[in-house]
Write a protein that binds this ligand. Sequence first.
Ligand SMILES: [Zn+2]
Ligand SMILES: [Zn+2]
Length: 332
Amino acid sequence: MSEIRQDKTTGQWVIFATGRGKRPDQFEREQEGERQLQQHDPSCPFCAGNEGMLPPLVLEMPGKGGEGWATRVVPNKFPALTPKGDTVRSCDGIYVTMPGHGRHEVIIESPYHNEQIGTMSVDQIRIVIETYHRRFVDLMKEHGTMMVLIFRNHGARAGTSLIHPHSQVVVTGMVPNYIRWREGEGQRYFDAWGRCVYCDVIAFERRDRRRVLFENSSFLAVVPYAAEVPFEVWILPIEHQASFGQISDRAKQDLAAAMEDILGRLHRHFSDLNYNYVIVTSPQYRAREPQMHWYLQIRPRLTTRAGFEIGSGISINPSLPEEDAEVLNSLM
Ligand SMILES: [Zn+2]
Ligand SMILES: [Zn+2]
């Protein structure tokens, strides 16, 4: 028998149909397996030594002991949005349109072509988080910025075109409806109960334990109760914080430890899993809200959205969160 669960933070329903014959051990075999890559690829614009192929740097973080570099930020060569133009809406007959104003940058996570965030050390991940944070804070200050979205696509099925380890940042001059919808749910809960729904979810999960994967003094990692895809993981700051911009130096270290643990487990279990992760955070003007709570959302690409999902917006997850947590916890 299938089960329908509701995500407390969005109100979104998810159908769990575990009888559909897609069990975790089957996902495992469908993975492509690890590719053999060299440390340096002469045709890769992100590799050290290939700077001629790279647009001018936005930011560079020094390597260990000040030698070389650890991470770099460059404008995306094929940007979805550019700083040109403004955020003025205009009419096109009955339609509304605006210029493609914003920013699109690439965060190169390592000088080495064959590095993987899933196998990086805590210290290396810490520098990646530091780079995210610096760009987040600076881009939020820019005129016209409404949202800064940091995300990572890993593997062909997750939409990446370049193998070299990298994340992306997109800045938009409008707030997407999806973000407003999430805000609206948080606000309704806060108005009804006087508490942040994410803080309540964290408190419940810490007591319940069935879906908990990892915990340190600043972060909790869980398979969410109404996960939309198999092996989805949320890494949430335990203390209430609406915006990623507010993360402390101590918490950056703790987030690096949580990511090293979780991404490492996913990497080992699925041998080079295709996934996306996103820093879900508040847009401009919402950074101190008592009802919003940022987190890192990891979405493995083990299933494909099909007709029912497109027509209803409701996901069918063939895998139960408690069982996914059990599998990931057996890898400790
Ligand atoms: Zn490379
Ligand atoms: Zn909260």
